[in-house]
Design a protein around this ligand. Structure first.
Ligand SMILES: NC(=O)c1ccc[n+]([C@@H]2O[C@H](COP(=O)([O-])OP(=O)(O)OC[C@H]3O[C@@H](n4cnc5c(N)ncnc54)[C@H](OP(=O)(O)O)[C@@H]3O)[C@@H](O)[C@H]2O)c1
Length: 243
């Protein structure tokens, strides 16, 4: 029997716990998957001594702050600079990032053609995984942030110069805007300029159709939510723990 779990804060309902518990049931395995809500990352070493874990998922807000506690990081985690999966072998803790390959696989499968330019909304952890994938797929991108930052444009600039939305037809929401319970909100982009040539990908998976995606569908754009990425990142975590 192996023990797995998720660290983060807060941890209300968890996709991962249900996903892995269902998987263990299907496999007839007595493995366990528990939620470990840590008030701060300094509680992490004590958890490791008490819980005898074989693997962990990591979620907000610890994807970066957990890094100093790890023995090493694989290439994906190094590239993204964030860890969402840890493989534990005795005292050896290896950090991985499965958000990045999960998004890359999902995007590649979805797009008819990667000869497209992308707008990446948001500049948090998820945006780094998305950007690593866009770089792999050689998709040119521009990042959009609420504040003026190196390499980013602001939402105001996006609305003031409509060439952005005309030319960058893949729009990826990596912000939590629109996530339940705030389902009546959407990132501030010029929706009236969207056309049937646009592709809108939302990393948010709850609700299945966010207002961002609904507005895209209304304009004839192709849309995709974050569910496939979510499932794929979990399956890749399972592969890592079993490798
Ligand atoms: N489908 C999946 O498998 C998957 C995987 C990972 C994450 N996600 C989802 O992706 C989302 C982002 O995750 P994250 O870890 O990157 O979160 P985060 O670090 O909390 O936020 C990402 C960025 O969103 C922008 N933002 C935050 N609040 C905003 C607001 N009120 N209005 C406009 N922009 C706002 C910020 O960028 P600026 O300050 O630059 O504006 C922030 O850095 C979450 O909903 C998460 O559930 C899904």
């Amino acid at each position: 029997m192996m023990h797995y779990g998720l660290i983060g804060y807060p941890l209300g309902h968890s996709f991962s716990q249900k996903y892995f518990s269902d998987k263990f049931n299907k496999l007839g395995s007595s493995n366990t998957y528990e939620l470990f809500e840590l008030n701060n990352i300094e509680q992490f070493p004590a958890l490791l001594t008490s819980a005898k874990l074989a693997g962990l998922n990591v979620t907000i807000p610890y994807k970066q702050s957990v890094i100093p506690f790890l023995s090493s990081m694989d290439k994906s985690a190094q590239l993204v600079g964030a860890v969402n999966v840890i493989k534990i072998e005795g005292a050896n803790l290896i950090g991985h990032n499965t958000d990045y390959p999960a998004f890359r696989a999902s995007l590649k499968k979805w797009l008819d053609n990667t000869n497209i330019k992308a707008l990446v909304l948001g500049s948090g952890g998820a945006s780094k995984a998305v950007i690593a994938a866009l770089n792999d797929l050689k998709i040119q991108y521009k990042q959009v942030s609420r504040t003026t930052k190196d390499g980013c444009i602001t939402y105001k600039e996006l609305s003031n110069d409509l060439r952005w939305v005309r030319d960058y037809t893949l729009i990826i929401n990596t912000t939590p805007v629109g996530m339940a319970p705030h389902t009546d909100t959407a990132p501030q982009i010029p929706y009236s300029r969207l056309t049937s040539s646009h592709y809108l990908y939302d990393l948010v998976y709850n609700p299945k159709e966010t207002l961002f995606l609904k507005k895209g569908t209304n304009a004839g754009a192709k849309t995709k939510n974050g569910l496939e990425m979510l499932h794929t990142q979990a399956e890749l975590a399972w592969d890592i723990w079993n490798a």
